[in-house]
Design a protein around this ligand. Structure first.
Ligand code: ADP
Length: 540
């Protein structure tokens, strides 16, 4: 036990041993003498001189006499007793290269007349274990200028956890920066502390722009307020949350993103902020929307088809019933040899039967046309046609029906000659005229033809039920009807087929109507069907 220890009062001694900090009292006399000798020999820059004489530091460490240490020091150095640490040569026993470097600083302090030094270093315990220590070196007074008091604190655990923290932080950043999603971390107040590299890559924001609440600047202006409010509300309650918003890509366009986050809690359960992720879901959203659209279009297509099948079977059956009845009756009368009755019935019954057969063949014809149009198989065969004559001819076929239903047909037809497909044109006129008779029954129907410089036209006007404005476009589509099937039979194909025919010849069809006052369908045709169209067949 050194002399300085015995010089302490009892209370001081108790205190000296009780504190949990390693305390040392060292005598540097031999060291300061050596330094004085160096100075006397002309050395001015000790640091430079020591660099050239590396052996001096270890040697000088051996000259320091440890006068006293407390129990905490013995524990720190894993000494069996305090005596093991006392005396000269004990310092150099605990030196590792880091300690030697620190001792250089001590020497420089002495050289420069300093009185206090604080540094962090590493030493080796007497059992060979490396310990990180925080040490202070104090020269208390001028009169004991060679006396040094040293305190040491073992900071190994602290350093380890600091290193572990740094490592885990580095691991997190590395992971976050390479994750395929954007990651972010906020503090207790909701301010953003960190955003992974993918955020910056995506938005083109800088760190300064995005941290704090700056990230909201990359959110679509229409979504930013809601996004901020959802986040702050969750932040106040420390609850997990998820929200979607449009996020500006650095290219300028906005893309849909899902932002979801979980609160972070410390070991004592205290709220620390959030960790969250942002995923670009634009592509997914687009695929979903497209799928939804397709599904709806398919809802719809199936509904139309089913409805069509129901209507078609009904329509095809309707003419069959009277036809069947008439045939049955005539067959019975013939079988029973009732000759005069047969002759009497025949004209009227035949007319009924012809009408039904015509209706049937029209329906079947429409179906066939739709099939051919859908398959792109209709070909045009243009030939010189007089539109006026063609309308007259077709209207004559409706003579009987016109008379039967008291729907007179007024024609104002001029000769208009052009190159068209006669069959297609006849079908168009026939469809429009039969609609006029059907929907304008009991009122006159007007047919007109005319021509402009390069177009021919014809119109068919009735004074019937007319068409509601909202149905005007729709009625030209397949299966579309603007009347109830209970009141008017039909497949909803006539106008579709008509427009396809007209378009195939390079023409247009339009309709004007006042509901309750009738409808006028006008067809414009170029006077020549181009060869290309004639060869190309009908558009779908
Ligand atoms: P269909 O007459 O067999 O129903 P169309 O394709 O010929 O099929 O006509 C489609 C729909 O357009 C009709 O169901 C009807 O609602 C409407 N329409 C067509 N022509 C007229 C017309 N002259 N007057 C009133 N409505 C019409």
């Amino acid at each position: 036990m050194g002399g300085a220890g015995t010089a302490r009062g009892t209370r001081d001694a108790e205190l000296f041993d009780a504190v949990d900090v390693s305390l040392w009292v060292e005598d540097f006399t031999a060291v300061t003498n050596a330094l004085d000798a160096l100075r006397a020999s002309g050395v001015t820059d000790l640091r430079a001189w020591l660099a050239e004489h590396p052996g001096f530091v270890m040697e000088a460490a051996g000259w320091v006499e440890v006068l006293d240490v407390n129990e905490a020091t013995a524990r720190l150095l894993e000494a069996r007793s305090r005596d093991e640490v006392m005396g000269t040569l004990s310092l150099s026993r605990v030196f590792v290269p880091e300690t030697a470097a620190s001792f250089t600083e001590e020497l420089v302090m002495f050289w420069e007349g300093g009185t206090r030094l604080e540094l962090e270093t590493v030493l080796r315990t007497l059992r060979g274990r490396h310990v990180a220590v925080m040490l202070t070196l104090t020269r208390p007074s001028a009169e004991h200028s060679d006396r040094v008091f040293v305190t040491m604190r073992d900071v190994t655990a602290q350093k380890d956890s600091q290193r572990a923290l740094q490592e885990s932080e580095a691991r997190f950043r590395n992971m976050a920066d390479h994750a395929p999603v954007m990651l972010w971390v906020t503090d207790v107040t909701g301010r953003c502390l960190y955003l992974s590299r993918s955020w910056y890559d995506f938005t083109g924001q800088t760190h300064a722009e995005s941290l704090g609440f700056g990230w909201l600047g990359a959110v679509h202006p229409d979504d930013a307020e809601r996004a901020g409010a959802v986040f702050l509300a969750a932040n106040a309650e420390h609850l997990p949350f998820q929200l979607d918003y449009r996020l500006r890509h650095k290219g300028g366009e906005y893309r849909w993103a899902i932002d979801s986050a979980s609160p972070r809690f410390g070991p004592a359960g205290e709220f620390l902020g959030y960790i969250g992720s942002v995923i670009d879901i634009s592509d997914r959203k687009q695929v979903e929307q497209e799928r939804e659209r397709l599904l709806v279009a398919m809802d719809e297509a199936i509904r139309i088809r089913d409805e069509f099948l129901a209507v078609a079977s009904h329509e095809l059956k309707t003419p069959l019933t009277p036809l069947h009845l008439k045939l049955q009756t005539l067959a019975r009368v013939a079988r029973e040899g009732r000759g005069p009755e047969l002759l009497e019935r025949l004209p009227a019954d035949l007319e009924v039967m012809q009408r039904q057969v015509k209706r049937l063949s029209t329906l079947v014809g429409e179906l066939l046309d739709v099939t051919l149009i859908s398959g792109g198989q209709l070909r045009l065969e243009p030939e010189p046609v007089d539109l006026g004559a063609l309308l007259r001819e077709v209207s004559l076929r409706f003579d009987a029906e016109s008379q039967r239903t008291s729907t007179p047909i007024h024609a104002e037809l001029a000769e208009v000659v052009g190159q068209w497909d006669r069959a297609r044109l006849e079908q168009a006129v026939s469809n429009l005229l039969s609609n006029a008779l059907k929907y304008g029954e009991g009122h006159p129907v007007h047919l007109r033809t005319g021509r402009t410089a390069d177009h021919a036209w014809f119109s068919i006007r009735d004074e019937g039920i007319g068409i509601p404005p909202e149905a005007m476009d729709r009625i030209f589509e397949k299966f579309e009807r603007a009347v109830s099937e209970r009141h008017y039979g039909g497949l909803g194909l006539g106008l579709y087929v008509t427009r396809q025919n007209v378009r195939a010849m390079g023409g247009t069809i339009d309709v004007r109507s006042t509901p309750g006052e009738g409808a006028t369908f006008t067809v414009h045709l170029p006077c020549r069907v181009s060869d290309e169209r004639a060869a190309g067949g009908l558009a779908r």
